[in-house]
Design a protein around this ligand. Sequence first.
Ligand SMILES: *Cc1c(COP(=O)(O)O)cnc(C)c1O
Length: 804
Amino acid sequence: MMSTFSSKENFVNTFKVAVAETYGRDFEDTKSVERYLVLGHLIRDYAGINWKETKNAIKKSQTKQLYYFSMEFLMGRLLTNNLMNLGIYDVVKDGLDELGMNINEIEEVESDAGLGNGGLGRLAACFMDSLASLNLAGNGNCIRYRYGLFKQKIENFQQVELPDCWLKYGNVWEVWKPQHEVKVKFGGKVDAYMDYNGKFHMKYEPDFVVRAVPYDEPIIGYHTKTTNTLRLWDAQVDENSVKPGQLGQYLSDVSALTANVYPDDSTLDGKRLRLKQEYFFVCAGINQIIESHLRVYPSLDNLAEKVAIQLNDTHPVLVIPELMRVLMDDYNYDWDPAWNIVTHTVAYTNHTVMAEALEKWPQDMMRDLLPRVYMIIEEIERRFHYEVDHRNMGYLFNSVSILKDNQVHMAHLAIVGSHSVNGVAKIHSEILVNDVMSSFAALYPDRFNNKTNGITHRRWLLYSNPQLTDLLIDTIGDGFIKHPSELSKLMDYVDDPILQNRFMEVKRERKAILAKYVKDTLNIDVDVDSIFDCQAKRLHAYKRQLLNVFHIMHLYLRMKKDPNFRIYPRTFFFSAKAAPSYALAKEIIKLINMVAEKVNNDPEISRYIKVVFIPNYSVSVAEVLMNAADVSEQISTAGKEASGTGNMKYMMNGALTLGTLDGANVEIVEQVGYENAQIFGLHVEDINELKKENSYNAWNLYNQDANIREVIESLKNNTWANDPNAFQLIYNDLMLRNDEFFVLADFEAYIYAQSLVQRMYEDRSRWARMMLINIAKSGYFSSDRTIQEYADQIWGLTPIPFEN
Ligand SMILES: *Cc1c(COP(=O)(O)O)cnc(C)c1O
């Protein structure tokens, strides 16, 4: 068969004809967008061959499959990734060259699929890539949001939110599957009745019904046939479900359901719609699983042997009562066998220990919106209560109840209904077992485990940093591409001055690419030979962007006061979105931008410090930022960051981790050694002690420490803004609410750690060696390792056996 991509000539001919046919005009008269769309469709169709074979092979071999339920998938762009994984990047690049086009220009047309808030959604995307690349049958299940999170603009130093219209040109990767629609029902009432045999049945009369219609995207593995599916559900009108006189209301309710990603991953807002979204994609996903299972197997008795469901955080926890509902109401299972199937199928990943971020729903809201599901949750609680009592552990009940204080505790429901509960980094899993979920750990000690997060080294090293990839292949061969643990071979060369120099050249090249991006988009000049110091992540008090900007403020004030104090030139990069309702976070963005304005325009200081806030943090921004970093800022309050994955992306591209002992930073230092990272600040134990003794007092630090006092005073004395109240929320949070996240407590340690970073950087050979060691040790953080652990230890998944 002559395939489109078998040679440059075939590609050029097919592509030109396809563009001309699609748009009914000569190829030369078409625009980049049109060419991008046609190219995307050609690639998707090409992937369709393996997609079909994957489905057939799974069916034929009866291979167990995973369904990854996640409210978020932060996929980013897919063109480069798909071309590279298919092994046809060069054919397409050369073909486009021949047609007088640069492939980068086409790549830039694609919108980021930003269907998520941050780390949790990006983890789901990395996992999809690893599953397919390891030949594991893994399906993603989510919502087809019409708008991504939001597009961030900075106006007047402040965040402005604009709609993220990622579907502006459609989505070339998706295939609409209207034949697989599922009806999802909300509200109304439930009646129970008894049949001839005395068995109870449920009759449900909903008051709101929508059709869930799937759009499937192929997830293409690296140099393999395996092509998995990411299924995104759209909500569409059900003609027969409109109540008389309510057409307008009905249409807008349906439309609202999939309008956008809930923009807030921390606070309690817009609740009801969010709960509707959760049930919507859970119900649709479960229905699809059941139907495809019954197409291959005679009954659902073996569901747990053939299907694993992973819940990415608590957002999809309704899977547990929903699967119970389907088994009992639709397939006549009794409670115990149904519960056995559910708990052996479902596993749960916890992503946070912060009390305010643990998901809870008002019982009334849940009962109103999902009456049958709520009944089942009550019964789960009743039986769980009985079990705990029966085991004489009733004293635990207050801390493990699912229904408590008129709320449904989703994490508790998740733990009770799963066979596995995992944290996402060692320290986080320990905190779960020893602290936050200790009562559950006493009840179910074998249920808890750790799966340290990872990132796909394909996107975050091979594709976004081809310069470094080439150097690595040149030095250690290409084995690390399939087996990232082989990056450790680099350890034999870290002292080689020639490699060190070549590496520093590569780093400089990446820094120049970032500098150009900053010049083009923000018109700021940055010095490529300065230290690139980067903090890019969601804006949260616990992530402590404030500590970072306070250090910059301190350096500025000190240099202004003391002409003999000068630092090695440094460029501080920030990129962060704040939840639209999170006023404190927004004020921190304003502070960063006002400090940037002041510093960058001070001719005395701007030779030493530049501050750059890159708007609209997204996967595409991360792809140019991370690999240009010298310093990776991972400075959360110890105990608060579950894992972090940004830290791994920087490490894999050589940056030094400047961090607290938190999340996966702990394992990064374990890999590279304390001499190849810069660790500072309070430990979890210190913070627990301060809290227990109630002995932390921000005012004491303010009174004792002149550096702290000057920085705090500068918030109010018009140093940065012409308004003493401009940073009132920040001031109040630190000084009147006693600095919940210990920013001031870690301030001096951080300043000192930063001075050590500078000293290390000034020894060029030592710095290069250290960066190379970071790369050499980063193989552990490939999500291929993480997924292999999930597959072996939780899912029981083996590779799809392809014939031939
Ligand atoms: C990796 C990544 C994150 C997670 O970053 P953390 O530093 O771990 O919080 C968030 N957003 C995007 C776009 C990312 O690529």
